[in-house]
Design a protein around this ligand. Structure first.
Ligand SMILES: [Fe+2]
Ligand SMILES: [Fe+2]
Length: 204
């Protein structure tokens, strides 16, 4: 137990954030497996690393303040690995399809799935941004400089990820329209795939 009410309050707020980071580590690992777009996959991998380091840094600060990091109970390793295995198979197929002629990819729902994941990630980043904004503000207001500094450092990475996802959603939305709507009905940019897609298509 922390010695002071002040530290106790910080531990309470930090533990909330710690729970979210643990949850997101699992979510990002799953999302990574259904991502067929290389730039997105790279950014997810990077943010997964960041997320793990956020969890570590927050847990360390909780201990420094005399608190106990609250572990979140996630589905057991067995059910996760089973789900992951089924997912792996589907992803192997999806990736194989992407490497084939462009037409086989159309209508596969791949874009829809990626959009669903990217939207969820965008929302989660907003959740984290709000949480660390509160932690930074409370810590600054009560003179806990170390916690404030930690929160601001993490905040910058969450904001960068959210910005990336916001831009990505625009690209994915164009691709989804391109895949689902007949070109004859399109009077706009969705007549072609988004730019990074075109790049990877011509590189083939
Ligand atoms: Fe985070
Ligand atoms: Fe994040």
């Amino acid at each position: 137990m922390p010695d002071t009410v002040r530290d106790n309050k910080m531990v309470e707020l930090l533990n909330e954030a710690y729970g979210k980071e643990q949850q997101l580590t699992a979510a990002l690992e799953l999302h990574l497996q259904s991502t067929t777009r290389p730039d997105y996959e790279k950014r997810l991998t990077d943010h997964l690393k960041e997320t793990k380091s956020h969890a570590q840094a927050v847990s360390k600060r909780i201990k420094q303040l005399g608190g106990t990091p609250a572990e979140v109970s996630l589905p057991g390793p067995e059910s996760v690995s089973k789900a992951a295995q089924g997912m792996q198979d589907r992803i192997a197929k999806a990736k194989a399809a992407v490497q084939g002629p462009l037409d086989t990819v159309r209508g596969s729902g791949e874009q829809q799935r990626m959009i669903r994941n990217a939207r969820a990630e965008f929302e989660e980043e907003a959740h984290e941004i709000a949480a660390y904004t509160v932690i930074d503000s409370v810590a600054t207001a009560v003179g806990d400089k170390e916690t404030a500094q930690l929160a601001r450092g993490i905040l910058r990475e969450e904001e960068r990820m959210q910005k990336y996802l916001g831009d990505l959603l625009r690209d994915l939305a164009v691709d989804m329209a391109h895949d689902e709507i007949p070109v004859s009905e399109i009077d706009g940019p969705a007549a072609r795939r988004s730019s990074s897609r075109q790049k990877s298509a011509t590189a083939r």
